[in-house]
Design a protein around this ligand. Structure first.
Ligand code: OTU
Length: 656
């Protein structure tokens, strides 16, 4: 007896009739029509299922399916030839973004280069660092004045005039592609600026656009929702709703009052955002960093994050994009608990294509936690509990980014290793603000919540690792320690599996930047202290032997070179944290089906440490050879593997 999956049957029928319409298009030659139809067939079931999940009870799915496919086919029809060649390559080599050659760099176009058009002048610099993936922070047209670092977009189809024009983006993507580099750009799905044309139309009374947002005539529903909502910026932007006179009521604003949450229950929003993404893909973007995706769907009685519909919406967007621009992938920005994170990579009951990459927030938090406590047990515990990403997907791993560090330490993990979670979080906040006795860090508090006592942390990596303090004090030993700490953290992100991201300035040890305090549009938000202007003078010292810049830069270059020769580090394998008998030594094993074993050991303490050699056999490298290390070939004495303070080794099996 056959089991009939009605979704699959309907999807097939819808794809077949869409294919008939494609076949009639005279603006496409036979090969193009054929490839579009093949892709359509590939994604139809995923698209249908996702749409039914979100809009099944409220809208005509067949109609919506046709509408979205129509948008995708229209975009495919005008996709430039050079990008179609990339589509072809990446459809052949679907694992392109998982390769060991992938190394990312994250910067603000203006702070890095001046204007967007000038970024290309620095591609040799990035090439030297081994970069193959450039994430330019928000660059679309943002509102004037305060705009949350560009995350309040007024026009998704134009580059911010302060940075340049759309043509600059296209030209840059061409330059990058010519060097085998790809371009990552932010798309903010959760909200628009209140200055966006949709919001303006809504304020002018246009009903169609009013339905793009969540508008409430009185406080009844906002109050009801608020009982279970979590405030993102309790200090500077309390509450999640803003009273907007022009709208005659309250508008949902999760972040700032000038960032209006879109109402994704309205399929017009999905269609409009699909068009946006298709448009930017055709301008040459390779990777979309999808901002704040956990917040897309609201459900009363919940924290309105990570709802099943948010996932289904991402699945729908991906399916649409794949029809027109299969070269392009999605990166989820979901700073959520580990259990909630892996589903953004499509890990549901079965694998469902969703995002291709996601930020490994847990690893980032644990690196800093281990550095402060000189103890890796919490990190080992929490990483061991995580489900690995699906084979088709991977992490982006990072030490610092433009945001604050939120101390996502789960209570269960803390208890499992004998820590009081609250006390440990408070310790981390104090330690990195330099308030803890003996702390080498010089960061700051972010958004201290007077109600819960929670706070997050700001500060450049060089300030949090002690480099800044040591430089200021002319402390050579402290400086050496700080540099080793920074390289230790980066050694993990470069080898944990996934695309490592270098956050601009870290490669030179640039410290906190206080210049934002003089700009009234920025002064309120101390995340700007770790969004530095590139210091090209200091960059010029990167070849100067013994200089801070030279030591860090060279360290990262070496990691990049070693990484490129280690197929075990490409996406597709599994990373597993291993217990060692030394609470200061972090061990992780990469097992790759195609390329064998890899073991890294990293000492998070200020003293030499050793761990039992049994970890070598457990990781499939009983006879190790050193692929890279901070201090020469791996040193083994009897049954102990020895590590210098903040030392690391990368090991592979000896060929034989
Ligand atoms: C993101 O961060 C951006 O990275 C921030 O720079 C923006 O301010 C914000 O969105 C609004 O656009 O809460 O503390 O789970 O944690 O989206 C930063 C995701 C944030 C959220 C994340 C958000």
């Amino acid at each position: 007896m056959a089991v009939v999956d009605s979704d699959a049957v309907r999807a097939r029928a819808a794809a077949a009739s869409a294919a008939e319409r494609v076949a009639e298009r005279t603006d496409l030659d036979e090969d193009r029509r054929d490839e579009i139809c093949a892709r359509l067939e590939g994604v139809a079931a995923d698209l249908w299922r996702a749409l039914r999940q979100v809009y099944g009870g409220t809208h005509d799915i067949g109609e919506l399916f046709d509408r979205l496919v129509e948008l995708a086919v229209a975009a495919a029809a005008v996709r430039p030839a050079r990008l179609r060649r990339l589509d072809r390559r990446r459809e052949i080599d679907q694992a392109w973004f998982l390769r060991e050659r992938m190394i990312g760099y994250v910067c603000y176009a203006d702070r890095f280069a001046g204007r967007l058009g000038e970024v290309a002048d620095h591609l040799d610099y990035l090439g030297e660092l081994g970069v193959t993936y450039l994430h330019l922070m928000p660059l679309l047209s943002a509102r004037e004045g305060e705009n949350d670092g560009g995350y309040a977009v007024a026009d998704y189809r134009e580059v911010d005039p302060r940075l340049g024009r759309l043509a600059d983006l296209t030209a840059l993507s061409q330059d990058l592609h010519a060097r085998g580099m790809s371009l990552c750009v932010d798309v903010v799905l959760n909200h628009t600026a209140r200055e966006h044309a949709w919001a303006r139309a809504a304020m002018a009374g246009d009903e169609t656009y009013r339905r793009f947002y969540h508008v409430f005539a009185d406080r009844r529903l906002p109050d009801a929702y608020s009982t279970t909502l979590w405030e993102v910026f309790p200090d500077t932007a309390p509450g999640s709703f803003s009273c907007v006179e022009e709208m005659g009521g309250w508008v949902w604003t999760t972040f700032h009052d000038y960032q209006w949450d879109l109402n994704w229950a309205n399929p017009d929003v999905l269609a409009a955002m699909s068009e946006t993404i298709l448009f930017l893909a055709n301008a040459g973007v390779d990777v979309f960093r999808l901002d704040a995706v956990p917040f897309l769907w609201k459900r009363i009685g919940t924290d309105c994050q990570n709802q099943p519909e948010a996932h289904a919406l991402l699945q729908a967007l991906r399916a649409v994009l794949r029809v027109a621009a299969p070269a392009v992938v999605f990166k989820a920005e979901a700073i959520v608990a580990p259990d909630q994170l892996v589903p953004y990579l499509g890990a549901h009951q079965t694998y469902v294509p969703e995002c291709d990459l996601a930020y490994h927030n847990q690893l980032m938090v644990m690196l800093w936690s281990s550095l402060a406590s000189r103890d890796v047990r919490l990190m080992t515990q929490s990483l061991r509990r995580m489900t690995p990403p699906p084979q088709q997907t991977s992490w982006v791993t990072y030490v610092r980014c433009h945001d604050d560090i939120g101390w996502a330490v789960s209570d269960a993990d803390a208890h499992a290793v004998g820590l009081d979670p609250r006390a440990h979080r408070r310790f981390l906040v104090d330690f990195f603000a330099g308030r803890h006795p003996g702390s080498f860090a010089r960061g700051a508090l972010f958004q201290e919540n007077p109600v819960t006592g929670d706070a997050r942390t700001c500060g450049a990596a060089a300030a949090l690792t002690g480099i800044e303090l040591a430089m200021r004090q002319g402390d050579a030993a402290g400086l050496q320690a700080g540099i080793r700490r920074l390289l230790l953290l980066y050694s993990v992100t470069y080898s944990f599996g996934g695309i490592p991201l270098v956050y601009s300035g870290d490669e030179l040890g640039l410290g906190n930047d206080t210049s934002y305090l003089a700009d009234p549009g920025l002064a309120e938000d101390n995340r700007w202290m770790h969004r530095p202007f590139m210091d090209w003078e200091r960059a010029g010292r990167r070849h100067l032997e013994g200089s801070v810049e030279g030591r860090i830069f060279a360290g990262l270059v070496q990691m990049g070179q070693a990484r490129r020769d280690l197929p075990a580090l490409r996406g597709g394998g599994v990373s597993e944290a291993l217990w060692t008998d030394d609470p200061h030594v972090f061990a992780y094993h990469r097992k790759h089906p195609a390329s064998g074993d890899f073991l890294a050991l990293a000492n998070f303490s200020d003293d030499p440490q050793s761990c039992h050699t049994s970890v070598l056999a457990a990781a499939g490298v009983p006879e190790p050879q050193t692929a890279l290390s901070s201090d020469g070939p791996v040193s083994i004495a009897g049954d102990r593997v020895l590590l210098e303070p903040w030392g690391f080794v990368w090991l592979t099996p000896r060929p034989g």
